[in-house]
Design a protein around this ligand. Sequence first.
Ligand code: ATP
Length: 564
Amino acid sequence: MSAATRPGLRLRDIGVTPGFVGTLVLLTTASQMSFLAFLLVMKHVSDGVLDTHNTATAIGFGVLFTAVVVLSGWYGHLRSAMLGAVAERIGLTLRAEALQAAVRNAVRTDTTKGAVVLREISRVQGLFASRAAVMFLELVGAVVAIAVMFGLDTGLGLIGLAGAAVVAGLGVLLHRAAGNRLRESAEAMAETATELSGQLAHPDLVRGLGLAPATLARWQHRYAAALGKEEATHRRVGALEEIEKLVSELLQMGAFLYVGALLIDGSATAGMLISVYFLMSNALHPFSHLTHSWESWAGGVAAWGRLRQVMRRDAAPTVLPRDPEAPEGLLLQDVAFHPPGRPAPVIGGITLHLPPGAVCTVEGRNGMGKSTLLRLTLGLLQPTGGRVLLDGQDSVHCDREEFGGRIGYLPQDVQLLDGDVFANIGRGPGAAAEAVVAAARAAGAHEMIGHLPLGYQTPAGQTSGLSAGQRRLVGLARALFGDPRLLVLDEPEVGLDGAARAAMRGAVERTQARGGIVLIVTHEPRTWADLADLRLILGPGGTWQAQPQRPEAATQESDLAAVG
Ligand SMILES: Nc1ncnc2c1ncn2[C@@H]1O[C@H](COP(=O)(O)OP(=O)(O)OP(=O)(O)O)[C@@H](O)[C@H]1O
């Protein structure tokens, strides 16, 4: 079955609708028009005032000027508020969805992309928050200003046009000078910081093996190189920015002098002389603003593209209804996993039915695909062929929250999340206390937790002082929380003492007795031999073999397993 996905992230999902863009264009045009009206009125009125010395007209002119400034400010405020709302919406809605896609991406590719996705979201937010997204609209103002300059005098229009071309050209130069260097050096710096924090996450190893000086030296060397590159680029960009500013001012002054000459010549008015300064500024500044915000604009657009890609490729799969024909329990129907580029599949078309109350051990040498099979069963990995159904519900095309509630999973490397022991067992801080304690008791962890300094309130994250065995027991309690229908244990016996092993066995027995299904990856099949109904043995190249352990169970439940 192919993974049906949503059409992907669109601009309208974050509120950038045609209506939104239209309103932005209208506000920008209105602001430009009011500026233009102001200029024309100012020109005529000031020429009149100079001739007639009429104070009332001068006051009227002042009032008009204030009104236009207030109006433009109001338009600007409205526009900022609209853009701010988009930035906020990106933070509120996109973050959750994009992070879920990042988690799916991380599970699929075995990488940690969450932090990268967060950075991409911040970049897109920055695009709107910094107004860089609407810098292009400001170009309308430049076109209008140049057109008015042509209307006043062809020579003046040419000065405006040439000035805009020079500033835009300098912008291109500026962009070339910065090129990808700023982004590259920022990425190099982020990479070195990530690498360092990755190494510092294993302080015992780094200190114990005396790796600290080498680690720091390597980091310092790479960091200094990235910093040097960034500073050189900043210096170059800074110099070009200064040149651009100077050229803009010279051009403005040039236009002023040109109209001054026309005035002396009698072919221009004083009003025109005053207007020309504002007109030049309107003709040049949008280009220079665009240049200065180019990095954040280009960065934001590229980040948007990458975000769309992640969200399209790792969009939430569509939820399929339960298959009414499917039998109760866990059904693996011709499940295969053949990653591209590999000569043979990791999992080669397993068909298996485990009815309620069945225990199955999964065996095989290192690298034979045991963990991959568990991930396929849990729906964390999309099979390249076949499907997995738990009580008729597809494990990939499901409501993850609902499906996750029916699953208990104890991975090989137990990761406890930030928060206390209670929140970890209860899969969140709002769980019912009785259910959390019941799960802890079932895992044989209740007493151990009682002896912790803060009991169930003991922090359980990475920095907690829980031992590896204690973490495993808390992990088992989390797996048993809510009496899951399917309990999946990845090498559960590793690193546990006698009492903890007994608790683990007890948990399997109780799950079996209440009609749950248990899947155990193990390198010690004998530990589970008396409980297992079925042994699934994985071999190289996706080969597999299913051996029923209890003939009576196999005959009673004729479809306990199909043998491949
Ligand atoms: N998403 C994936 N893409 C490509 N290859 C993968 C993917 N997931 C697993 N594999 C490959 O499948 C093989 C089996 O890995 P898996 O972790 O399932 O083995 P295992 O039997 O659990 O090993 P061990 O006993 O050492 O834990 C490995 O070679 C691994 O690289």
